[in-house]
Each structure stands twice: as structure tokens, then as C-alpha cells.
Design a protein around this ligand. Structure first.
Ligand SMILES: [Zn+2]
Length: 315
């Protein structure tokens, strides 16, 4: 179901979303419980419209359990959100390319592109913008760009349609990482969109990178390149972040990654990043995804970052 409004509607869902769902450490969550009205009815209010009650489809108890929200950690050093830029498409200063480690040219590489969520797991959503659909669009464009405009890249998709692997979120995320293992991938890139679930003022792109020894350099480097390329589109760079589990540890006692995608990939020795491209519940961010060309531009930014990191040659 998609919510439609002729205007940029304000979606009033008390406590409905605190972020997109499936990247969280479901065994270590202190995330607030999603609060959906008992009658599952929400309201969309537009300036030219009367209040429109919309009833969400009923969920089974099991589905609700799998749709627990992922936590949205605070960005260190940014306790409050500044006002959105009035013209973020033309930033005052051109961002400087990041100093990162890239791979030598040549050879063939395998990467897994993981459009986040799917099926009953919508991720986050706002008006017509649904995370699982946007992540799939960008994933398919990304696959197309990498395989037709560059040489030396074998692209494996975790999904190419609206589906999920398991009603159990934990199993679904494990399967996506198993695919990376089975194909001998060097890197998994999980595509997502964010929501703050509060005042809807947060904005910008963020990357959660694996911070395990031997994997962090690659994850950080690709993450920095992705954020740099997105910043050239005017999307704010919220930096590469790392988060460690407080309950799961490696054999040597060091903590594993908090986010399941990063944690499971690291267990297979595969670098990974989770890209939260922008906040789809902030109306100012919609300027970056309100046409198909702009969605393609985001995929192109991701592709250029991957091509730079892997030192791919153009066709
Ligand atoms: Zn997500």
C-alpha cells in the first residue's frame, strides 16, 4: 500500500518509525517498540485536503515481531540537527575527494549488491516513498551501470524483485550474507534509506562500515567514496560510522559489529557497508529522489564510488 497526497503531506504516525528495520542487531536491541494504533489507522493531512484516515493492512504477530525498528544511533558530535540548507544542490564549497585506499587496477572482482528489505518488510516509508522500492530501483540501476559501463566487475544481486528470504528478519539478513559467501564476494553493499521518526528534520547520507581488523580499511574507503559522490549531488555527508555489538564477541574477545549485515559478512571475511542514502521522511530530501533521473543519479554516484575503489576501467 502506498499513501498518496496531492501535496507534500505530513504523515502523522505516532512512534511508527524510528528508522529502517532490517539492519539492526536483533539480538541486542534496545530499540523502542513500534507503536501502531490498535485499529491500525493512521492519518494523512495535506494543506488542501481534509484528514484522510488510512488503515494499514493487518500484520500477524510473527510479522510484527520481524518488523521491529532498527535503532537509529545518534551521530557523534551532532546532537542537534541544523536547519536544512536552502539550496543543497549547489553547495557553497565543493567537497574535497577523500583520501582513501583503492585497489590496484586489473583482474575481476565480485561484489554483492543488496537492495535492503523487500516483501513484507517495507523498511521505512513516507507518502509515496517506500524504502524497499527505492533500494531495489537503485540496486538494479547499479547492477546495470557496473556491468555495462565498466569492465572487471561481477555483480551479484541479493534480490531483483519485491521479495524477502524469510519472515524472520534474522534469517533474512543471514541469507543475504550467505549469498556473498557463496559467490566469493569481496564486498557487500547494502542499500537503504533512513527516517528519524521524530521531527522529520534529519538529513543526509550515512554509511555504517564494518570495523573488524582486515576489513575496515576496505569498508571505510568505499564508504567514504560513496558519501563523497553523494555529496556532489548535494546530499549532506553524515560520515562513515562504526558500531560494535555489546553482546556478541569474536573468539579473541573483541566485539563483533552491531549491524547484522556487517557482522555476518565479517564472519565470512567479507567487507561490507550499509548505505543510508538520505532521510525519506524529511520533505527537503525528496528533491533528490522525486524523478527517475535523480534516482538514477544516486545509483550512478554509488557506481562511481565502487568503480573508483576497485579501480575499474570504463568499457
Ligand atoms: Zn533500511
Amino acid at each position: 500500500m502506498k499513501l498518496r497526497s496531492k501535496t507534500l503531506a505530513v504523515l502523522l504516525i505516532l512512534g511508527l518509525l524510528t528508522g529502517c528495520a532490517s539492519t539492526s542487531d536483533t539480538t541486542n536491541t534496545t530499540a523502542p517498540i513500534v507503536t501502531i494504533p490498535s485499529d491500525r489507522t493512521i492519518e494523512v493531512i495535506g494543506s488542501e485536503e481534509t484528514v484522510i484516515p488510512i488503515t494499514l493492512p493487518p500484520l500477524t504477530t510473527q510479522e510484527e515481531a520481524t518488523l521491529a525498528p532498527e535503532t537509529l544511533p545518534e551521530v557523534t558530535g551532532q546532537p542537534t540537527e541544523p536547519a536544512a540548507p536552502t539550496d543543497p544542490v549547489t553547495p557553497a564549497e565543493t567537497p574535497a575527494p577523500p583520501a582513501v585506499t583503492t585497489l590496484p587496477a586489473g583482474g575481476t572482482h565480485t561484489i554483492v549488491i543488496d537492495p535492503g528489505h523487500g516483501g513484507i518488510d517495507w523498511g521505512t516509508y513516507h507518502n509515496d516513498y517506500v524504502e524497499k522500492d527505492l533500494s531495489l530501483k537503485i540496486g538494479l540501476y547499479l547492477q546495470q551501470i557496473l556491468t555495462t559501463q565498466y569492465t572487471g566487475m561481477n555483480v551479484v544481486m541479493t534480490r531483483t524483485e519485491d521479495m524477502h528470504y524469510s519472515d524472520h528478519n534474522v534469517d533474512d539478513l543471514q541469507k543475504r550474507c550467505d549469498i556473498a559467501r557463496d559467490y566469493g564476494a569481496e564486498m557487500l553493499v547494502s542499500l537503504h534509506f533512513n527516517a528519524d521518526g521524530g521531527e522529520h528534520v534529519s538529513y543526509g547520507a550515512q554509511v555504517w562500515a564494518s570495523c573488524q581488523p582486515g576489513l575496515q580499511t576496505a569498508s571505510d574507503s568505499l564508504g567514504e567514496l560513496v558519501l563523497y559522490n553523494l555529496s556532489l549531488l548535494g546530499i549532506r555527508n553524515r560520515k562513515v560510522g562504526h558500531r560494535l555489538s555489546e553482546t556478541q564477541f569474536n573468539a579473541d574477545g573483541t566485539p563483533k559489529d552491531y549491524y547484522a549485515i556487517n557482522r555476518h559478512c565479517a564472519e565470512y571475511g567479507i567487507s561490507s557497508i550499509i548505505v543510508e542514502h538520505l532521510f525519506i521522511d524529511n520533505v527537503n530530501e525528496l528533491q533528490f529522489i522525486d524523478t527517475e533521473d535523480k534516482i538514477y543519479a544516486i545509483a550512478l554516484a554509488d557506481a562511481k564510488a565502487i568503480a573508483t575503489y576497485f579501480n575499474l576501467s570504463h568499457v
